[in-house]
Ligand binder design. Sequence first.
Ligand code: NDP
Length: 487
Amino acid sequence: NKTDIGLIGLAVMGENLALNMESKGWNVSVYNRTVPGVEEGVVDRFMNGRAKGKNIEGFTDIKDFVDSIATPRKIMMMVRAGSPVDELMEQLFPLLSPGDILIDGGNSNYEDTNRRVKLAESKGFLFVGSGVSGGEEGALNGASIMPGGSEKAWPEVKPILQSIAAKASDGTPCCQWVGSAGSGHFVKMIHNGIEYGDMQLIAEAYWVMKNLLDLNNEEMADVFSRWNEGKLRSYLIEITTNILRHKDKTGGYLIDKILDAAGQKGTGKWSVINAMELGMPLGLIATAVFERSLSAQKELRHQASHQFPRQHTQPIYNKVELVKDIYSALYASKLVSYAQGFAVLQRASDTFGWQLDLASIARMWRGGCIIRSIFLNDIAAAFEATDKPKHLLMAPYFREEMKASLSGWKSLVAEAMKEELPVPAFSSALNYFYSLTSADLPANMVQAQRDYFGAHTFERKDELRGQFFHENWTGYGGDTKSGTYNV
Ligand code: NDP
């Protein structure tokens, strides 16, 4: 009796995914390498522990593991991203049969996945690169799963992957086919970037309430809890409420004892690097990534704070009004962030020929993952409209939402700037919004400067677009132009 699926890598994600699959009625084979020097007995520990008495078979020999799975085999790898995936593939190839399917559920770089799909297909196998979000809890009880790669594999893996995915409130599984090549991992990367942005925005809302309004942790928790009943309803707002109320063993609020130096594992940075490669603005996420970097320079900030003491005017605010403004800033900035993120997805789709369905991606993120929220329903609806918006903020619903938020948002940013309180993500979003909605920008000056010093040429308002001119600005420069390519 062969099993339905194999799973490699019994760390936190692999273990929980295996248990999730088994609980949905699938028979699962599991394998973890056994190498001297690294923890041994991983398979035995799992088999004698959480997997005991379940329809799970454990293997320490990779050939026995592969042989135990029904063909066409489905083998999901949940190992450390990077070279371990390549090493595993090399070990698996000689053991597989034509048509077998490898699924990489780790946080792989989408360019690695592009390469791996080609490699596996050249050998007669299928390869699925799938983003999985939701951490340990999601892996066990329902994750958001974003598969892409060899499309022929989709009908084969769909029943298993959808069964272990989270279900949105309308019952649809948070797992749909994303597109070809590394698109699944690209979408997961942008998901993580958006997560960075959301977290920074919530942190700024917290910081303004604490510093401009002097609210205590319980009062702030009450505000977030109220927001969680409305349009901002989301997992991250919900856990923020819990975090603010949480007391540690000593009875004090833990949040006040946590060092303000944020860590990062790189997916936010990757999103920004790739947006830059695609020539697309992703300023809000970039700001969130840079703020984590600046926060980590705690010593430097400490010293600088002594050299530049704050000039507070300490105005008395109307609490209800200011909380409303903070809400507007948070909500509008979040809209900007999602608009930027989805625009990067659209550009990647056009550039790489992925044919991404943005509405389907928004729907996939409604459950299981860290950025799950009800507001993704509105995003899906906007992208589904017959009259597709050129930009998310120009979709009729969001256009009205932005208009309604603007007054509170800008007055909050202005107030924070006056009080010398950093709100980098709120203000980055506001600047992006002002630039986006400016028919004219000072880029004419940039073009003139580029042409002045480097003969980089410019287009003219009084000529058709696509024609490039060079001016002999100084009278002694020549007429030789530089190429007009854009990178
Ligand atoms: P880790 O990222 O810590 O990966 C550990 C697993 O990788 C172990 O099973 C380990 O085996 C295996 N491994 C490492 N090197 C090799 C190698 N050269 N050959 C074979 N196996 C190897 O564990 P996680 O469970 O946290 O994550 C698994 C994947 O899922 C990662 O890509 C991660 O980025 C991704 N992910 C993680 C999430 C999380 O919340 N933790 C959420 C979503 C995705 P051994 O025991 O022998 O060392």
